[in-house]
Design a protein around this ligand. Structure first.
Ligand code: SAM
Length: 233
């Protein structure tokens, strides 16, 4: 899986993704990261990439030209000759997008290459979005200062689903929001058997697989009912 990221802060992306499990996945070649600085592509002599919004209003808007040229540097002229629907996916991170979830992560994990476009300030000139963006995605109903954290959230969730990244192939199957039941995960325990007077539930020490499975299913259901009843609808 190849991730390209169009951003004004490539070092933020590189530091975030080159850490922990995703960092190891890069080293082992399961995923790759190409963070491109949009500012490197501005034609403006002082290096500006933003300007005042037409029609007035607060804040600045990222200009179309540097974003388009940064995108072109990644995909090349040939890709641009194709209809947008036939090109590799370009995800614009925006609060005005469809809310990201595990089903979307599964769908994106089937791609070979994804480009993330991170906005800053008030956003990006709509014309370049029309030209290059295939998916508008939000990570939740709140507004952040930039698209870098949302892009990292998506890359992390997608990477975990790329075969080989987690090491143990089952690790992403038996989890919250899994494709089978879309419920929250049951409580987990590890050693010691007793911590501050609190004991690990007896059933987990029994070695009885069927009873353990039943207990976990009940716990999942109860937790989902209390914390996220919307998932059961
Ligand atoms: N003016 C925009 C609006 O009201 O929808 C918000 C712009 S926000 C300050 C700057 C950038 O942060 C956005 O262009 C987007 O890339 C990113 N961003 C902020 N919140 C986000 C969210 N919930 N999901 C995805 N991206 C987000």
């Amino acid at each position: 899986m190849k991730f390209n990221v169009l951003t004004l802060f490539p070092e933020m992306i590189e530091q975030g993704i080159n850490t922990s499990i995703t960092g190891r996945a890069i080293k082992e070649g399961y995923i790759s990261l190409n963070a491109v600085n949009i500012r490197d592509y501005t034609n403006e002599k002082h290096g500006h990439v933003d300007d005042y919004p037409y029609g007035g209003g607060a804040g600045m808007v990222m200009q179309a030209q540097p974003v388009y040229d940064a995108y072109k540097s990644i995909v090349g002229e040939e890709e641009l000759k194709k209809e947008k629907e036939m090109r590799k996916r370009v995800v614009f991170l925006t609060p005005a997008g469809k809310t990201f979830n595990q089903r979307m992560a599964e769908e994106f994990a089937k791609e070979e290459e994804i480009t993330f476009l991170c906005g800053h300030y008030e956003g990006i000139d709509e014309r370049v979005l029309e030209l290059i963006v295939t998916d508008n995605v939000s990570i939740g109903d709140y507004v952040l200062t930039g698209g870098e954290l949302p892009a990292m959230v998506m890359m992390d969730a997608i990477s975990r689903l790329v075969p080989g990244v987690l090491g143990n192939g089952d690790s992403s199957v038996d989890e919250s929001f899994n494709a089978v039941n879309n419920m929250l995960e049951y409580p987990q325990y590890t050693r010691p058997e007793e911590f501050m007077g609190m004991k690990v539930p007896e059933v987990l020490l029994s070695g009885h697989h069927k009873n353990i499975e039943n207990w976990r299913r009940e716990q999942s259901l109860e937790r989902t009912r209390i914390r996220r009843p919307d998932l059961l609808d």
